[in-house]
Design a protein. Structure first.
Length: 283
């Protein structure tokens, strides 16, 4: 009996113990999708929209959004759900929809945003490859494939997809919001902050075409003050880089490592003066 117990203790047990009130973690399911590799290097895959189809679409890992043609949008009965319709419907653009069930091969993703339009690239692909593969009706882009960990086997002409739990943002909606905000009556100021702290304020009137920028303020106890910069100076170069505009000055300072001493050439009283500034380390 002792020998039997000793033998049992040496046998690895494969049981997965789970508390009665817990569910075992499910391993994400990996699925495979076949594709056609065309001479341009692109993939053509079979897609269904809410169970309708299949349709041939280009699978493009460089596409920021997903496109479907008006033809298949109507066929799949999703065209009527289009939102954000453009004022000028170029290329038959009908707006954007969310496809409840977007299926590539057997891989399904839910609520995938797709733009409805006859994109010239899609038309060109369709004309080139329709005889061999059938009509091409859109592009599968980021909103779909971002939801998966993906691998490509070129020799087998197949892709594998494993859900990663990520839900892609609506790229087109973000783009539209950015465009609308930029069309405001008064543009909002944008500030570039270098890593080093210099301690001065620069300015230049819009009608000022001369070299350099003006020093408006030098703050006490800063690197600029320690170097001897003064309000009224005209900064010509920073570390050898021309500063003919305020953005030029910000760009020049962005190349300077905090704690490193660099030369700043200013015009003061009609003469050029070379100063040495050591910007402090910022937060």
């Amino acid at each position: 009996m002792k020998k039997l117990l000793a033998s049992l203790l040496l046998i690895p047990l494969g049981f997965n113990f789970v508390r009665a009130d817990e569910k075992p973690l499910e391993k994400p399911k990996t699925q495979t999708v076949k594709f056609e590799l065309v001479p341009s290097g692109h993939f053509i895959v079979s897609v269904k929209l809410n169970g309708n189809g299949p349709y041939n679409l280009i699978f493009d890992t460089g596409a920021p959004t997903t496109l479907i043609t008006p033809r298949i949008a109507k066929d799949a009965k999703v065209a009527g759900d289009a939102k954000d319709k453009p004022l000028i419907p170029l290329f038959g653009m009908m707006g954007q929809v969310k496809v409840k069930e977007f299926t590539v091969g057997d891989v399904n993703a839910k609520d995938v945003p797709a733009m409805i339009m006859d994109h010239p690239t899609v038309k060109a692909f369709s004309q080139e490859y329709e005889k061999k593969y059938g009509s091409i009706e859109g592009i599968v882009g980021f909103p779909f494939f971002a939801q998966f960990k993906m691998t490509v086997d070129y020799s087998a002409k197949e892709m594998t997809f494993t859900p990663n739990g990520y839900k892609a943002a609506d790229v087109m909606q973000d783009l539209m919001q950015t465009m609308m905000s930029s069309m405001g009556s008064k543009p909002q100021p944008r500030i570039a902050a270098p890593a080093g702290l210099w301690g001065l304020e620069l300015t230049k009137p819009s009608d000022d075409e001369a070299d350099g920028v003006n020093v408006k303020t030098v703050f006490a106890g800063t690197a600029a003050a320690a170097a001897g910069l003064k309000a009224g100076d005209r900064v010509l170069t920073i570390d050898g880089r021309w500063t003919d505009s305020v953005p030029d000055a910000y760009t020049a300072t962005s190349y300077v490592t905090p704690g490193k001493s660099v030369h700043v050439v200013v015009k003061r009283g009609g003469k050029e003066v070379k100063l040495t500034v050591t910007p402090k380390i910022g937060l």
